[in-house]
Write a protein that binds this ligand. Structure first.
Ligand SMILES: [Zn+2]
Length: 240
């Protein structure tokens, strides 16, 4: 059995996995609060988070990685201009890999074997995350690696911005007003693109690709409006 797994998850299943983390946090007496501290979730899952240099490889910059057998997430300290929101999103993304893509019983079993110095090939394997959230959210998700990255990022947005918290934060606010969105993203401790992607995903707003204009409600499906270019129609059919 492999320590890593890939399967199709519905959005509801991914959201459910995020809620499992909230339950574990409650049980561990680290109840979730917002702005969400992803390191608290990592603590509850007994995963260490460290900063270190991660050298780029021939495919470019690596933002973070998770080593399941060591239960360790490493964030690349060489990422320039990183914000608190970016850090939270990155840790939450790595926790998404832990919850969705790692056979955790297998990880625990292998850890025991490693302690006996049996040497397991899987021990060297890890997730290297290099893709920016914008790319993950907007790209046409095609291969399994893209899908895995998309799932982890979707998990992160469910963890950082659960529906009920968003509902509370949007009270008295106009979601088509950038000033209001910036105030919300500060209260949620996320980046503005985390927030707009989540709101678009929930069908609450729509921002045409390349535009700064925010429209209320869902993007209209492919072919029904001239507002949509082909790529944004792909976004709505691929991710909704
Ligand atoms: Zn990743």
């Amino acid at each position: 059995m492999n320590i890593f797994k890939y399967k199709f998850y519905s959005k509801e299943e991914i959201e459910q996995k995020a809620h499992e983390v909230f339950k574990i946090m409650e049980l561990e007496n680290i109840p979730p609060r917002w702005p969400f501290e992803a390191t608290c979730a990592a603590d509850a899952l007994e995963i260490r988070v460290v900063w270190d240099t991660i050298p780029s490889d021939n495919q470019g910059l690596i933002v973070a990685r998770i080593e399941p057998l060591k239960r360790k997430i490493t964030l690349n300290e060489n990422i320039p201009n990183r914000s608190k929101g970016f850090e939270e999103s990155t840790i939450a993304h790595e926790l998404g890999h832990w919850m969705l893509h790692i056979n955790q019983d297998e990880a625990d079993g292998l850890t025991e074997q490693l302690e006996l110095n049996l040497g397991i090939e899987d021990a060297r394997k890890l997730f290297l995350c290099r893709t920016s959230e914008t790319k993950i959210n907007n790209a046409n998700v095609q291969n399994n690696l893209d899908k895995i990255e998309w799932q982890a990022q979707y998990f992160a947005s469910c963890l950082l911005m659960p529906r009920q918290i968003l509902q509370a934060k949007r009270k008295g606010r106009d979601l088509t007003n950038w000033k209001h969105l910036y105030a919300m993203k500060d209260e949620l401790g996320v980046t503005i693109s985390n927030l707009t992607n989540r709101l678009q995903d929930l069908g609450l707003i729509y921002i045409p690709k390349g535009s700064k204009q925010i429209y209320p409600g869902k993007a209209v499906p492919n072919g029904q409006t001239s507002l949509l270019n082909k790529q944004s129609a792909t976004y709505s059919t691929t991710l909704n």
